[in-house]
Design a protein around this ligand. Structure first.
Ligand code: ATP
Ligand code: MG
Length: 595
């Protein structure tokens, strides 16, 4: 890939974004190298309160320790409803609401260790139920509310759901018809129920009337707190199990990566149906004691800019798909807003194109800080930090406490660490961090296969530069082998993204008798641009100039939209299956399906 490296060096997006010290708000991680050198997980754990005799409970760290101290009256949750209504709950109020929910579970006979599923939009009851279930020692499994009945049934069957919290409308449309497939489901609690539905409880009856005095179940750090299904980008979603101990990572990354300070107003745009919306839309901000903004509405540029301005959001955590949609509308769309409170922006979920980092810097006066992690890692593992320079296109450097390496798998099942900089290989993490998954649900062998000796193998390809920054190359499944070159789709996508007409790109390899595979790009255009032969040629020319002939796509096809998972990831495997007429595989998490 030397061609590509050379061109990379001449790209305008290669400019490093240097950080200036902000005396008003010194970063929590001011000296990365010093903190890394002196780091211990025991010390990180000591940042939390813990329970007597070494116990640990996520809800205690998120609520009790604030609600019983000076933060009791601070707004924990600021909820903005679809209809324009608003609700604010202080730490003390959210604690007592979650106690009621835990009490309700106990009254219903639900035991610690049993699984509580949540299927709602981003309503206040979701947050209360999740935190209440942690208190009760139950395992929480959030489901994305836009799932159809089949993905819901499969996940609840697999996860042996004991309790479901949902709304009347979702219950009628999606759950009633599958309920007989779920004999283990003993209780359904309807957040807006009136109490007269068959076989369901009304929140108003069982939760609101419950007392708020509730002794927390003294969970151990290794007790399972969460079951999260992966996004299904590469195949059938896996169920990753996480322990209460994950809260150590959540808190630490809230502090060091998202740089949460006491007075911050934080907004994570991810839905708690996915791991980001749980780890960073609920747990991390609350353990850090900040005000957490929750927006019920789906993406819309004007709504989002309005929230950032009016709610005086200071730290914003979002995703590349959303950023690309904002970029599509141009800088004019944010000209009328004043984001003077905003001081830190971060992104996760997919590779963030360098173009997007640079755009953030121009539009908001600060870069998006890309960070990398997976459902399996439970929390942020590699990140760009407030105090460190940002290299657009790089995922940044490992969290203190995390050892990351580029490795090559050996035939005998072991791995070799590739110490030399700028070499591509699989991204691996030294196992043992607190939020590492504890198993895949019902797939223990698959879990075992993720490890080689002390290393957890991520299935993502990356490289590390001489300054220690990691660069995403692609998922191992998506990497293209063409005429002896290994081509990461991200690199090709990012080069095309630089063209002013391009809004979004998905790149795949298609079989070629000579080259093995050849690169094909699917491109969605920005408003005001129409597909044409001329534009097709211009894009091919641009890519060839940027990447060199060996790496540039041979063909480009225009699409109105690219298929994405509901968590916002481009499904390259689906582009490929459709292109080659192969079976489409698991589509339970597919969102936009326009061809
Ligand atoms: P599945 O495992 O079911 O195929 P998934 O891997 O998309 O789905 P998630 O755990 O939600 O499920 O996503 C983690 C993956 O997302 C990472 O392994 C990586 O491929 C991608 N990813 C996340 N953040 C970044 C990032 N900052 N840069 C590049 N890729 C990222
Ligand atoms: Mg994955």
């Amino acid at each position: 890939m030397s061609d590509a490296n050379d061109v990379r060096a001449s790209s305008k997006t290669d400019a490093v974004i240097h950080k200036q010290a902000s005396p008003a708000c010194p970063p929590n991680l001011a000296d990365y190298d010093a903190v890394r050198a002196g780091f211990s997980w025991d010390a990180a754990r000591a940042r939390l309160d813990g329970l007597p005799d070494g116990g640990l409970n996520i809800a205690y760290e998120a609520l009790d320790r604030h609600a019983r101290g000076p933060r009791a009256g601070r707004t924990a949750l600021r909820w903005l409803g679809l209809d324009g209504s608003r609700r604010a709950l202080t730490y003390a109020e959210l604690l007592s609401a979650s106690c009621r929910f835990a009490h309700a579970l106990a009254t219903l006979g639900v035991q610690p260790g049993e699984r509580v599923f949540v299927l709602t939009g981003r309503v206040v009851e979701l947050y209360v139920a999740v935190l209440g279930a942690f208190r009760a020692g139950c395992t929480v499994c959030p489901l994305f509310s836009a799932f159809g009945p089949e993905p819901i049934a499969t996940r609840m069957e697999l996860g042996d759901a004991r309790v479901l919290v949902t709304t009347s409308a979702l219950y009628r449309r999606k759950v009633a018809g599958i309920r007989e497939r779920l004999p283990g489901l003993r209780h359904v609690i309807l957040t807006d129920g009136k109490g007269d539905e068959d076989d369901c409880h009304a929140w108003r009856e069982v939760v609101e009337r419950a007392p708020d005095a509730y002794t927390l179940v003294a969970t151990r750090p290794e007790d399972i707190a969460l079951l999260h299904f992966t996004s299904g980008t590469t195949g059938r979603p896996k169920g990753a199990l996480h322990a209460h101990q994950a809260v150590v990572t959540h808190h630490l990354t809230g502090h060091y990566v998202l740089d949460l300070h006491d007075e911050d107003v934080f907004w994570c745009t991810a839905d708690p149906g996915w791991v980001t919306g749980m780890s960073y839309g609920i747990i991390a901000p609350l353990t850090c004691g900040v005000t957490n903004v929750v927006v019920e509405a789906e993406f819309d540029a004007a709504t989002w800019y309005g929230v950032l301005e009016q709610e005086q959001v200071s730290v914003w955590y979002t995703a590349p798909t959303a950023i690309r949609m904002l970029m599509k509308l141009g800088q004019e769309a944010l000209a009328d807003y004043d984001f003077k409170h905003l001081r830190f922006m971060a992104s996760v979920g997919e590779p963030l194109n360098p173009e997007a980092v640079v755009w953030g810097n121009e539009a908001f006066g600060m870069p998006f800080h890309d960070n990398w992690w997976q459902t399996e890692t439970g929390g942020i593992m590699i990140a760009n930090y407030a105090a460190l320079d940002v290299k657009p296109g790089s995922m940044g450097r490992p969290l203190p406490g995390i050892e990351a390496a580029i490795v090559a798998r050996r035939e005998d099942g072991g791995v070799d660490v590739i110490a030399e900089p700028d070499r591509e290989g699989e991204l691996a993490l030294k196992k043992g961090w607190p939020s590492m998954m504890r198993d895949y649900l019902n797939e223990h062998e698959r879990y075992e296969r993720c490890f080689a000796g002390d290393w957890y193998l991520t299935g993502d390809l990356a490289r590390q530069d001489a300054d220690g920054y990691f660069w995403f190359v692609g998922r191992a499944d998506d990497v293209i082998k063409s005429a002896g070159h290994l081509i990461g789709p991200f690199e090709v996508e990012s080069a095309l993204m630089e063209h002013p007409a391009v809004a979004e790109v998905g790149v795949i390899g298609i079989p070629d008798p000579v080259a093995g595979e050849q690169v094909k790009a699917f491109v969605a255009l920005k408003p005001g641009h129409e597909p044409s032969l001329e534009l097709n040629r211009a894009l091919l020319g641009h890519a060839r100039k940027r990447l060199g002939a060996a790496v540039a796509p041979k063909t480009i096809e225009f699409r109105t939209n690219l298929p994405k998972t509901r968590s916002g990831k481009i499904m390259r495997r689906l582009l490929k299956a459709r292109e080659l007429g192969l079976p489409e595989g698991d589509l339970s998490t597919l969102e936009s399906d326009e061809q």
